[in-house]
Design a protein around this ligand. Structure first.
Ligand code: PGA
Length: 252
């Protein structure tokens, strides 16, 4: 059976002291919480990755980065390579978040190159896709997501693809307080799973975890996660509060 996953994307928030407090609060909450079989992933900014891996030691939650270079190594000032992430034993990395696509011009080709770097270093990519409001209003959301998934991921072999986690994040729902309805989420997740089945077969599709992201909170996580094709969430704002983050993780 595919994994239930709740991943926290801290984005560019918190100083070191605040990050330390947040992760220690998450640990405290987890001591008194039964997550059952839900996998929790914390994705802090780069400077706090080791702080989080030291706390968790892989036993309470996994740690992921929010971005990675498409290049292997060398003269790329400011970039962080997948092999660097591997050397601090990271398990996951977000790729192609809509903020990176919108503000830093990330294309599907760049997403594909980053995914290749991660897989070559045994790090599981959490690949984001999702349409903007105008695209949904023009009923183009399925075309948009199909292109992102096809161009970003379908060059992989089935074996490589089985390491990938997908996050469907309608851009109009990110940080806006406007969540997709459970039906909208289910419809898109089922569509994504059908694309995977067409390309890699039913078995691979059934094993792929597809997360929902966009204003997911303790108050709406239960009804979103109750859908058969919604396997968890990628959580932004609500992952900055230990209580909310862990409450979402117990919403299955
Ligand atoms: P949000 O962000 O939960 O704050 O809407 C989700 C995301 O961007 O991953």
């Amino acid at each position: 059976m595919r994994k239930h996953i709740v991943a926290g994307n801290w984005k560019m928030n918190k100083n070191f002291e605040e990050a330390d407090e947040l992760v220690s609060n998450i640990m405290d909450k987890l001591e008194e919480t039964d997550l059952k079989d839900t996998l929790l992933i914390v994705c802090p900014p780069f400077p706090y990755l080791e702080l989080c891996t030291d706390y968790s030691n892989d036993s309470y939650f996994m740690v992921g980065a929010q971005n990675v270079s498409d290049k292997e190594s060398g003269a790329y000032t400011g970039e962080v390579s997948a092999s660097m992430l591997k050397s601090i034993e990271l398990d996951y990395c977000i790729v192609g978040h809509s903020e990176r696509r919108a503000y830093y011009g990330e294309t599907d080709a760049l997403v594909a190159a980053k995914v290749n770097q991660l897989l070559a270093n045994e790090i599981k990519p959490i690949v984001c896709c999702g349409e903007v409001l105008e695209e949904r209003e023009a009923n183009k959301q399925f075309d948009v997501v199909k292109k992102q998934i096809t161009d970003g991921l379908f060059h992989l072999t089935a074996e490589q693809f089985s390491e990938v986690v997908i996050a469907y994040e309608p851009v109009w729902a990110i940080g806006t307080g406007k969540t997709a309805t459970p039906d909208q989420a289910q419809e898109m997740h089922a569509f994504i799973r059908s694309l995977i089945a067409e390309k890699y077969g039913k078995e691979v599709a059934e094993e792929t975890s597809i997360l929902y992201g966009g204003s997911c909170k303790p108050g709406n996580a239960k009804e979103l996660f109750a859908n058969p094709d919604v396997d968890g969430g990628l959580i932004g704002g609500a992952s900055l509060k230990a209580d909310d983050f862990v409450a979402i993780a117990t919403s299955f």
